[in-house]
Design a protein around this ligand. Sequence first.
Ligand SMILES: *Cc1c(COP(=O)(O)O)cnc(C)c1O
Length: 418
Amino acid sequence: MATELAIFGGPRTIGQQPPHFRWPRITERESAAVLRQLNDTISIYGDTGIFGDFERSFAEFHGRKFALLFNSGTSALHACYFGLELSQGDEVICPTYTFFATVTPLLQTGARPVFVDADPNGNIDPLEVERAITPRTKAIVVTHMWGFPASMDEIRSIAEKHGLRIVEDCSHAHGAKFQSKIVGTFGETAAWSLQGAKTVTGGEGGIMLTDNERVFQNALLLGHYNTRCKKSIPKESPLHKYALTGFGLKLRAHPLAIAIAMEQFRQLEVFLAQRQRAAAILTAAFTKYEFFNLPRPNGNYPSWYAFIALYDSKKTGVSRECLVRALHAEGLVEVDVPSSTCPLHDLPLFTSPPTELFSGQESIAVIPKSGEWKAVEYFRQAIKLPVWSFADEEPMVTKYAEGICKVADGIKLLAEIC
Ligand SMILES: *Cc1c(COP(=O)(O)O)cnc(C)c1O
């Protein structure tokens, strides 16, 4: 007979005290890098030192011309939109299912987000993108959700057909590849967060890449001034005269953060390889059960920012919350239900914005669809697990896989208490 579920008083699968997942791992290399930086300088005015090192290696890794660090991914996204010269009257097609900071900085330009539904992987659906295009549409924003690359071939051909620009939010997808091409290289511009939970992290930070010099110069002037702008904006550029003052914001990164991020970036491919192994262990557990659906890699190389399993409670009669309670009782406390990363189209900022603050924008968002959203169903079904990045954590991944199978094997029994 199978062991009794912990929720009914049986033994827990994992007795070890949480946390079972720690990210990032701060080792001697990060500590040494921070100390080195501390003794060198803690404010960088130009593109020298650790800023130059990080920007050059990040640009080179992606084969792009211009890189610009920021104090956050949100700022880097703001700079992408500002760089494209979006303004009032423009529409930008955005995924409804993404972290809200993909879209919120767009509001600063006056352009309107047009929310579009998700495909089965949770990524913006190319068919819905095409439907949402109007004569005012200027750009399409893509987030590679949870590290799964969006359908960039289709999105690119739609963009080409309609003369639209693409912005990629790669904050979940450092180093992920669509087919064999790295994400962040498909659009006019792309942004990455370097925040504490992200795959390349400095605690806080962000970076944008582009090949378009004008986009780069606009972005530079949005968040930087003086030394950096004077150096990077040639005298012949019509924008050079603004180099002293910039355009009004200061969004510069902190050198200590970038010193950490540099060490993390050097290890990116090692982390990603280990995540593939962890994800394979979890995948093998979940795919045994017909009431779980997993996003499909479709021949791409996901970065496995998180592991998402879609749970169909209609097939079991057991609610998702009850399933999660049973998993927690087994000691799988890192199993989570995504909450703040949710469909955006019915958030107050977009449905009832403070018009006195966003003056002149007749309404903030366009929500071209009523009725059922696939993104909402995805959100309702999703459970989320961490994806471990270190070989010495593999036994823990295996324990999680065991706990999942134990609860899934006993799912019918949960019906009594749910
Ligand atoms: C983290 C994140 C952001 C925002 O980045 P910050 O560095 O926290 O400002 C934007 N988009 C997505 C998809 C993210 O995950």
